[in-house]
Write a new protein. Sequence first.
Length: 275
Amino acid sequence: MEKTYFALVLFFVGLCLGSFVNAAVWRIKHKKDLLIARSECTHCHYKLEWYDLIPVLSWVFLRGKCRKCHKPISPQYPLVELSVAAFFVCSLAFWPISLDSVNHLLQFGIWLMAGVALAILFVYDLRWLILPDRVVFPLIGLGAASAILVGLDVRNPGYFVFNLLGSIAILSGFYFLLYIISKGKWVGFGDIKLGLGLALLLCNWQLAILAFFLANLIGTLVFAPALSTGKIKRTAHIPFGPFLIAGFVIAGLFGHDIIDWYMALTYSGIMINTP
Ligand SMILES: [Zn+2]
């Protein structure tokens, strides 16, 4: 009962923060203040009133059109709002550690805040192929805070340091290497910084490998059809941030289950093959 109530609260907070994500994407693009700038119609610059800013509902009641000029409002708005709300509820439902201490609650809170930052980066990279520092640096800050909380909680400090450095090497170091080798042609420096933030948040080398693997898998599945039919060229600039973010979220919430499942599968395979 308590958890259902908490989920409901998180759903509504997620909707509101999803609305903030949309506003933030637009404000960063137009170099406005993140928190105090007023939202406006991108066509006629009509300043939106509070009743135009109710997540999802305003868009539905206005049938996806501006109240003043009736030009279409992108479905990106309700989609992002619902996605952040869904991310919040799923995070609560599948959070891998118990929320039984202040430290664990803080880790969960940081994860949700990181989710908001990642939603901004996801949309921004998809639209403009850039991961803005104004969001990536706070994300790295959140990651550092999360890693400190994990560090305060561990019994084996040596393994914690190994986990932390391993994560960074996999999710950030590898891209840094590719960046050096290709002189910045294969990956952008933004991916290296994003990878650092994600590595700090995961703070686990196994989850880092999984996130890296999933990012490449999802990227390949999405782009392979277009590449094979020649719809996009191999040299085309493809945003990699969204795939890295998707891989990270799956690894963060389901990673331990996926690794256990994979280990069980491998182990049972060995058992069957052993005469
Ligand atoms: Zn308008």
